[in-house]
Design a protein around this ligand. Structure first.
Ligand SMILES: Nc1ncnc2c1ncn2[C@@H]1O[C@H](COP(=O)(O)OP(=O)(O)OP(=O)(O)O)[C@@H](O)[C@H]1O
Ligand SMILES: [Mg+2]
Length: 319
C-alpha cells in the first residue's frame, strides 16, 4: 500500500519496527519517494532509527503531564491563599473595630472616675497626708490607664483611617502642643527652643503629624537628665517644596546602642523611669509609614537624644 502510493508520486512516511540480526526490535521511520525522470519507476527509501527520538518524545510527554499537575496544584494553592487572605483581612478589620470601640467605651468611666477623685479629694482633710497621697496615687493610676488607652486608640486610628491631605501650620501645631502640656509634671525647668522655618505651603495629615510630634516631644521632656543644670529640648522644623525636616533634640538621659535599636518595637521600654506603655515610638513609626516619612535616632547614654524625621510634602502629590 505504501509502495503503491509512492509509485503514484506521493511522499510516504511511516513508522516501522525493524527486527535486527539479534532479534532486537528497533523503531524506525521510513520515507519513500519516487525517483524523478526514470523510465522504470524506482523508489528511494530512507530508514532512520528513531529510538532516541521516541524516548525523548515519551520523556517530554511525562514532563508535560507533571507540569500540568503542578500547575493545577499551584492554581489550587493560589485560590486557597486568596480565600485565606480575604478571611484574614476581615478578621483584622473586625479586631481593629473591636479594639477601637472597646478602648473608646473604656474611656468614659475612667474620665468620670478622674472627676470623682477630684471631688473626693476636695472634701478630704488636707492634714491627713497619707489619705491625700493615696488619692494622688489612685489618680496617677487612672491617668496611666487613660494614656495607655489613648495609645491604643492612636494606633487603631492610624491603621484604620485613610491619610488626609490638609494645610499644616507647624507654628500653630506646636503652640497648641505647648499649651496642652503646660502642666505636665516637671517640665517647667526645661528650656524649650523652637525654630520653625515655614514659608511654603505644606500639605499632610494634621492628626497624624500631631501624633508624631506629641510622642517625640513628650519623650524628650519625660526622659530629662535631672543631674544636668540646664535641661534643654530643641525643636527645629524646616519646610521645603518636597519635605519637612523635623529635629527634636534633648540633653536628657540618652540611650545605649542596644536600646536604640529596639525602641521602635511594640511595648519596648529602655528605662525604668518610663511609666508609659512603650507604645509611643511604635505608633510614631507606624504613623510615619502611612505618611511615607522616615525617622532616625542618634543617642548617647548620659548625653542626650536626637530624633530626625523626614516628612514628604503632599503638595507635590496634589499638583
Ligand atoms: N528622648 C528620649 N531620651 C531617652 N530615652 C528615650 C527617649 N525617647 C524614647 N526613649 C526610650 O525609648 C523607650 C520607648 O519609647 P516609647 O515612647 O515607645 O515608650 P514610653 O515613652 O516608654 O511609653 P509611651 O510613649 O507609650 O507612654 C522609652 O521607654 C525610653 O526608654
Ligand atoms: Mg513615649
Amino acid at each position: 500500500m505504501y509502495i503503491e502510493k509512492a509509485i503514484k508520486g506521493e511522499t510516504v512516511s511511516f513508522e516501522w519496527m525493524h527486527c535486527d540480526a539479534n532479534k532486537k526490535n528497533i523503531p524506525c521511520e521510513v520515507q519513500l519517494a519516487l525517483l524523478p525522470e526514470d523510465k522504470n519507476p524506482r523508489i528511494y527509501a530512507s530508514i532512520v532509527d528513531i529510538t532516541i527520538r521516541n524516548e525523548t518524545r515519551e520523556k517530554l510527554k511525562q514532563q508535560n503531564k507533571k507540569l500540568a499537575f503542578q500547575n493545577e496544584e499551584i492554581e489550587k494553592r493560589a485560590n486557597e491563599l486568596t480565600i485565606t487572605n480575604r478571611e484574614l483581612k476581615k478578621t483584622n478589620n473586625e479586631l481593629d473595630r473591636f479594639v477601637y470601640s472597646a478602648s473608646h467605651d473604656l474611656r468614659a468611666p475612667l474620665k468620670s472616675l478622674l472627676g470623682l477623685s477630684d471631688i473626693v479629694k476636695e472634701g478630704m482633710d488636707p492634714d491627713n497626708i497619707i489619705q491625700m497621697e493615696q488619692m494622688d496615687m489612685m489618680k496617677k493610676s487612672i491617668i496611666k490607664l487613660d494614656d495607655f488607652i489613648e495609645d491604643i486608640l492612636q494606633y487603631s486610628r492610624n491603621s484604620r483611617t485613610e491619610v488626609i491631605q490638609e494645610d499644616i501650620n507647624f507654628e500653630e501645631t506646636l503652640q497648641n502642643f505647648i499649651k496642652e502640656h503646660e502642666h505636665m509634671n516637671g517640665t517647667n525647668e526645661i528650656k524649650l527652643n523652637v525654630d520653625i522655618q515655614q514659608d511654603i505651603k505644606f500639605v499632610s495629615d494634621k492628626r497624624r503629624i500631631k501624633v508624631v510630634l506629641t510622642n517625640l516631644i513628650s519623650n524628650a521632656l519625660k526622659y530629662k537628665d535631672l543631674s544636668k543644670e540646664n535641661q534643654v529640648v530643641s525643636i527645629d522644623i524646616q519646610c521645603s517644596k518636597d519635605k519637612a525636616l523635623i529635629r527634636i533634640k534633648d540633653n536628657g538621659i540618652g540611650m545605649s546602642t542596644q536600646d536604640k535599636e529596639k525602641i521602635f518595637e511594640m511595648f519596648y521600654r529602655a528605662t525604668k523611669i518610663s511609666e508609659g506603655s512603650g507604645l509611643g515610638l511604635y505608633i510614631v513609626k507606624e504613623t510615619l509609614d502611612k505618611l511615607k516619612g522616615t525617622i532616625t535616632v542618634q543617642s548617647e547614654l548620659g548625653k542626650g537624644t536626637t530624633f530626625n524625621v523626614s516628612l514628604p510634602n503632599q503638595l507635590t502629590v496634589l499638583i
